[in-house]
Design a protein around this ligand. Structure first.
Ligand code: PMT
Length: 211
């Protein structure tokens, strides 16, 4: 299969030296890319800014903002059979991006006006056709309900939910504890290395592809 994977955070600039972002290290998405390439799939990895080496036999496309990531996903979507969105796309970006470093005056507070970034999965949903789309849900509460809502609203074939407050799960760590939902079932996996989580997700993807 030709698999498009996203990983890492996006960065939304405030000025030339500051940005809004999140804690994603890219480890989950890079583990998926490495595992998929090792299975012989052709893999394109759209990566936000991370400190990880490129996985072997994977084409890496580097992006910074959510708008960049959307453009890269759109560009590579046409030729792929499946998309796995493991990236933690920032949901908000500053309304104004200062051209020069914002200087401090005597003020003790500052109001920052933010606007929504594009929702990549919702934007590309009309292009889905027969392609398989897998999303992630990073939650701190109501994990099951939120995952099922995102599965439905983002028109996904599978969603991988992680409680990012659980020990050993979510951002930055080497392991994850996930539940994989489709429209009819849920599979709860124990805590395991992100590479093993990736293998489970790919097993599910390949099974859906063969069905
Ligand atoms: O990178 P690591 O440190 O290894 O951490 C892994 C992880 C916690 C980042 C990963 O396992 C994970 O949960 N990734 C998804 C994080 C996220 O943005 O979740 P969400 O619930 O906010 O978004 C739901 C889905 O919509 C995701 O597939 C996301 O990629 C996608 N999305 C989100 C926002 C947006 N503007 N466009 C999107 O397409």
């Amino acid at each position: 299969m030709k698999i498009l994977i996203t990983a890492g955070p996006t960065r939304e600039p405030l000025d030339p030296v500051r940005y809004l972002s999140n804690r994603s290290s890219g480890k989950m998405g890079y583990a998926l890319a490495a595992a998929a390439a090792a299975r012989g799939h052709s893999v394109t990895l759209v990566s936000g800014p991370v400190a990880l080496p490129p996985p072997k036999d994977v084409q890496v496309v580097r992006v910074v903002t959510a708008v960049d990531m959307l453009a890269a996903v759109k560009l590579h979507l046409a030729t792929c059979d499946a998309l796995i969105m493991a990236a933690a796309v920032a949901d908000w970006r500053p309304v104004r991006v200062a051209k020069r470093k914002m200087k401090k005056g005597s003020e003790q507070r500052m109001l920052l006006e933010l606007k929504r970034t594009p929702d990549i999965l919702k934007t590309i949903a009309p292009l889905k056709g027969k392609k398989l789309f897998i999303g992630f849900a990073a939650e701190t509460h109501n994990v099951r309900a939120e995952a099922k809502r995102k599965l439905r609203e983002k028109r996904l074939d599978l969603i991988v939910a992680n409680d990012v407050t659980a020990p050993g799960a979510g951002f930055e760590v080497e392991t994850n504890r996930v539940t994989i939902f489709d429209a009819h079932s849920e599979e709860q996996l124990p805590l395991m290395p992100k590479r093993e989580v990736a293998e489970h997700i790919l097993d599910r993807l390949e099974a859906k592809c063969e069905a």
